[in-house]
Design a protein around this ligand. Structure first.
Ligand code: SF4
Ligand code: FES
Length: 255
């Protein structure tokens, strides 16, 4: 199949950048989107041109690295990761526009590669359990209601890809942060640091410059792992209950 590719090229963070158009006339419908870019890059290298820089790692939908904005949607036309998207999702002769994630907190490093270390810093602020949980327990040693276990598992499937931020008109990171808060808040191992965790992670999210949530649910619609916005409601409850019980909050009269 033949495709026309309009790709964002940008030398570095301070470069203004712009679109460049490429023709590819030997893509297979069975190629993944990243394999199609590999073919383009092989052609460019043969011609002595600079290949297009893009992020990837697992190519199995689990690492969250393949952050491409395709035809105006994070990860393209399907609710999956770019590495799991195939060229058969596009028409022969189609023009495909490829951009990096667009968010102030995800600055472009080069071409389609953005710096998502803001997510790492949010995780480092509280997305962990520091209590000693001992060795691996038998499966049913700690009884947890199935509904709670399922919700915690669903939240834990977030791969930190950043599509939720890219999809949101406010560049809000609430879906990502709420998934990380929820997976611990729901389980007994996460209870000891429950209050500090949500306060620290929300503070770091704000410090990184992500926008606010205005309930458009664009994040949920584009999340490749189907993370639910009910996690945002849970994070808000966790946050307010933590703040309301803190000494400073009570002394300050709730201000
Ligand atoms: S919530 Fe979904 S879209 Fe956001 S980082 Fe996690 S997996 Fe990606
Ligand atoms: S390359 Fe790992 S999720 Fe796409």
């Amino acid at each position: 199949m033949k495709v026309t590719l309009k790709i964002w090229r940008q030398k570095n963070t301070s470069d203004k950048g712009g679109f460049k158009t490429y023709q590819l006339d030997h893509a297979s419908p069975d190629m993944s989107f990243l394999e199609m870019l590999d073919v383009l890059n092989t052609d460019l290298i043969k011609k002595g041109e600079e290949p297009v820089h893009f992020d990837h790692d697992c190519r199995e939908g689990i690492c969250g690295m393949c952050s491409l904005y395709i035809n105006g949607r994070p990860h393209g036309p399907l609710q999956t990761t770019t590495c799991q998207l195939h060229m058969r999702s596009f028409k022969d002769g189609e023009t495909i526009t490829i951009e990096p994630w667009r968010a102030k907190s995800f600055p472009v490093i080069k071409d389609l590669v953005v710096d998502r270390s803001a997510f790492d810093r949010i995780q480092q602020a509280g997305g962990y359990v520091s209590v000693n949980t001992g060795g691996v327990p038998d499966a049913n040693e700690i009884p947890i209601p199935k509904k709670i276990a399922d919700e915690a598992f669903d939240a834990a499937t977030c791969i930190g890809c950043g599509a939720c931020v890219a999809a949101c008109k406010n560049a809000s990171a609430m879906l990502f942060v709420s998934a990380k808060v929820s997976q611990f808040a729901l389980l007994p191992q996460g209870k000891p640091e429950r209050k500090e965790r949500v306060e620290r992670m929300v503070a770091q999210m704000d410090a990184e410059g992500f926008g606010s949530c205005t309930n458009t649910k664009a994040c949920e619609a584009e999340c490749p792992k189907g993370i639910s916005v009910t996690n945002i409601a849970r994070m808000n409850r966790e946050y307010y209950s933590s703040m309301a019980s803190s000494y400073e909050w009570q002394v300050g009269g709730g201000e």
